[in-house]
Design a protein around this ligand. Structure first.
Ligand code: MN
Length: 687
């Protein structure tokens, strides 16, 4: 029966590719599907449908769209063995389909209209109903007549037709386990009470007073798991809150609060209790969505809170009495102050990267505002805006970038605007500065120490590099940041590790430095590194250096030593240099680089630094070290297209592309195993 896979087998050399040889087994998998993100010569998505022991495959260059009018080309390709459904890895260069292959979605399907898949294929009309993490509802594949391999794929009309579902395609839910609908759930609660605080890793929300319930939705039906503290009639509530059946996902478990709103515009438990006791015909009943635990039959409690909240945001909008309010990130002090003025008595602080935990959790904190004098909360800080009031700018009109007539004031104002994005990187890390007191054409000097150790905007720590060396410094807040800029430090250089775990870096870096090479080659090399990282299951980030190169970063848990991360960076650098000998090298000696892109892995040593994202570089163009989306690495990208003058426009349009960087804490063990397998498959092919 291996005839089925003859094409598949003939195209591949199984001594070289890690792909499964595959055997035929008709019993295996008949209702599963997988979509691979295949980062080959050109990126595409491979839809693979399990049917009678084989996978029926289409390659879809443009991916999927929930917009029915967007019909995308789908090329029917050779059947793959069923074992391919769980395959992830890197197909070595020179082999068929070389590049990384990752699971992008996985789930089950139902064939519609036709009884038998082969009949549907023959008819050229395959209608599928997906229950995936990303692909949901009915999708149609229709064969184009002219060419027998060319089909179109598009979304069919059903409950999942709204464009909000397109946002789902960007979330990574591929690892969330399937789960049935639960019978009981203990809602997550705060464990401790705190004073107002600010922390970029936390989000802040008003605490509403009402009836906390867990809502379980299944099709149009739903019911509540009740909080026992209020006696409530489930049937009455379900009737009054019937709009819940319109919430977009067919199946969901939502943690929420039923609230009523008083005259002051705030939730009122008193009014709610009265409505419930009277069974009054009131429309003053709202469902406020707090969190989501299950999405379309997948348990998502281990996703970070910020992603669950994002998913909730996709579900809200059209239903008037269904409420969703986003958290405010970071500045809990100002938030507490503002909502207290509006009469709110408590705020909930939630850790943005935390899972959903049943019962009391340290990832939730109550901020009780009743006994807090709002004038004590904190000094008001201007969030953005033209006037940095946190620092006095000395010599504000001095030209720092004379070619562009940009002054020191312009520089300080830029950092004032972008401070919210930069401060999370400065938290707990020693900073080194390169000062240009007279602008980029003046003299400069490097500093690891600050003269004034009394300044409250900084923390001073001993890193024990050399005996007798003065302490290093950590910038604690916006005033400190602007103070450093005012000292003439145009960019900021941060350690890879934090004071709590100084010997264990939080990321691994590859610094691509072109020198004589073209930026086009830098892009090519960066994409190769990106491909391998993706292939071994690591999420990576890329930014321009702001000079002439690119920085690739893999955020990790602070568990590995600098020596270990340096070795990891080196092995990937060597693989890529070896596979791209004409354009890439790990050779330190500039002459021996011969115009090739230098993959610098030595940045991963203790005490080395990274230019903080969004920093301005001391160059005539006032270019920025700008976070990029991987898809932006193409011929349109140039090294100094992002500048002090246009950066804020881009940031307000794109948001913070590195938003998840500091929350992505990856481990390396599985990646190293996959890398080993890749190296072995490569070396066996080298002979
Ligand atoms: Mn493919």
């Amino acid at each position: 029966m291996e005839d089925y896979f003859q094409k598949y087998i003939l195209k591949r050399n199984f001594k070289k590719t890690p792909e499964p040889y595959g055997t035929f087994n008709e019993e295996m998998g008949s209702s599963s599907f997988v979509v691979h993100r295949h980062d080959a010569r050109s990126l595409h998505y491979d839809l693979r449908i399990a049917h009678k022991g084989r996978l029926i495959c289409w390659a879809i260059p443009k991916g999927f769209s929930y917009n029915q009018s967007e019909k995308h080309l789908a090329v029917h390709t050779e059947d793959h063995p069923i074992q391919y459904i769980s395959f992830e890895g890197i197909i070595p260069k020179g082999e068929y389909g070389a590049g990384s292959m990752n699971i992008w979605d996985i789930g089950t399907y139902k064939l519609m209209k036709f009884e038998d898949f082969d009949a549907a294929l023959l008819k050229g009309e395959v209608k599928l109903k997906f229950s995936g993490r990303k692909l949901l509802g009915e999708w149609h594949l229709v064969k184009l007549k002219k060419n027998k391999d060319e089909w179109l794929i598009f979304k069919a009309k059903d409950a999942y037709q709204d464009k909000i579902w397109d946002n789902l395609l960007t979330l990574d839910l591929s690892l969330q386990p399937e789960a049935g609908m639960p019978d009981t759930i203990v809602p997550m609660r705060f464990k401790s009470v705190s004073n107002p605080f600010s922390d970029p890793e936390w989000g802040f929300e008003i605490l509403h007073e009402g009836l906390r319930t867990i809502c379980i939705k299944n099709g149009k039906a739903f019911n509540f798991i009740k909080d026992e503290s209020i006696i409530a009639d489930n049937g009455f509530l379900a009737e009054r809150l019937s709009f819940i059946s319109e919430i977009a996902p067919e199946r969901a478990v939502i943690d929420g609060i039923i609230i009523s709103i008083g005259e002051n515009g705030l939730s009122s438990k008193k009014i709610l209790t009265q409505i419930i006791l009277d069974k009054a015909p009131s429309s003053n009943l709202y469902f406020y969505m707090l969190d989501i635990l299950n999405f379309e039959g997948y348990d998502i409690t281990t996703l970070p809170y910020r992603d669950r909240k994002y998913l909730l945001s996709l579900m809200s909008g059209k239903i008037p009495r269904l409420l969703f309010v986003d958290f405010l990130k970071g500045n809990g002090e100002v938030f507490s102050q503002e909502v207290k003025k509006a009469g709110v008595s408590a705020v909930l602080a939630k850790k943005l990267d935390s899972p959903y935990e049943q019962g009391e959790s340290d990832h939730w904190k109550l901020i009780d505002l009743t006994n807090i004098d709002i004038s004590d909360v904190s000094e008001p800080k201007s969030k953005t805006g033209p006037k940095p009031d946190a620092v006095r700018v000395t010599n504000p009109d001095k030209f720092f970038f004379p070619d562009l007539s940009l002054t020191k004031k312009d520089l300080v104002y830029y950092y004032n605007d972008v401070a919210e994005l930069i401060l999370p990187y400065l938290k707990d890390r020693p900073v080194h500065i390169l000062r240009f007191p007279d602008g980029i054409n003046g003299s400069s000097f490097y500093q690891k120490h600050l003269p004034d150790e009394q300044d409250d905007n900084f923390e001073f720590i001993t890193v024990q590099d050399k005996e007798g060396e003065p302490p290093y410094f950590i910038c604690k807040n916006k005033s400190g940041l602007l103070h450093l800029i005012n000292l003439g430090s145009i960019d900021l250089h941060i350690w890879f590790s934090r004071k709590q775990s100084l010997e264990y870096p939080d990321w691994i870096a590859w610094d691509l430095d072109p020198k004589q090479a073209s930026f086009f080659d830098v892009i090519k090399v960066a994409k190769e590194i990106g491909k391998i990282l993706r292939g071994i299951g690591l999420t990576s980030f890329v930014k321009t250096s702001g000079k002439s190169g690119l920085h690739i970063l893999v955020p990790i848990q602070p568990h590995y030593t600098y020596e270990q991360t340096r070795m990891f960076s080196e092995s990937i650098g060597r693989i890529v240099a070896n596979e791209n000998k004409s354009i890439a090298t790990v050779e330190r000696n500039i002459e021996l680089r011969k115009g090739r892109v230098y993959i610098d892995f030595l940045q991963n040593r203790r005490g080395q630094t990274l230019v903080v994202p969004y920093a301005v570089r001391p160059l005539p163009a006032a270019s920025i070290s700008m976070p990029l989306e991987w898809d932006e690495l193409d011929k349109n990208l140039s090294t100094n297209m992002f500048t002090l003058q246009n950066a804020m426009e881009r940031i307000s349009r794109k948001g913070d592309i590195f938003q998840n960087f500091l929350n992505t804490k990856q481990t390396l063990e599985a990646a190293i195993q996959k890398l080993d397998a890749f190296v072995k498959s490569n070396s066996s092919s080298g002979q």
